[in-house]
Design a protein around this ligand. Sequence first.
Ligand code: 5GP
Length: 186
Amino acid sequence: MTQSLYELNGKPIRTLISEEDINKRVLELGQQLTDEYQGQELVVVGVLRGSFMFLTDLVKQIKLPLIVDFLGLSSYGGRTQSSGVVRVTSDLSTNILGKDVLIVEDIVDTGLTMTYLLENMRTRQPKSLKVCTLLEKPDRTIKPVDLDYIGFTIPDEFVIGYGLDYEDKYRNLPYIGVVDGLGKEE
Ligand code: 5GP
């Protein structure tokens, strides 16, 4: 049986944000971050696993000698809905005390995960702490979070691709896609 990356459960994956639009926006964000972090000790913290593709493309556009580190988070609860109960599955290897930390996330949905992460990061006393998220879904906010850099604001739809998964798969889709009816089952 032939398998396709471009369909899920027999339904086509519709493009919400194309590869070209992502590349353009990543370039803009990279230029902005290059300007704003001049002369600072930037540590870019990627939240695993969803941010890996965005972070990879983004740091190539930040023309500064920065540090890259990763933090693994796992959310308890349903497959497609956040519970807000978060666990650190793999910690940073960098001491961020006194550093300028930029958290890079794939998506801020309810805001529960980011609220937890910011509280956790603040206890480590970085000099500054900011957030760059590829996507935000304002219609779903439960805990409002100050997002310093936002790639795209999207409607309340479950998205996959460019790092975002469906049941651990589809992260390698090179664009942001949606499948009608997905994510509404719980
Ligand atoms: P929050 O705590 O803000 O509700 O959700 C954060 C996490 O839920 C994200 O880091 C992501 O892993 C997951 N998530 C939220 N919305 C979506 C979505 O539309 N698609 C995918 N694949 N994951 C999502």
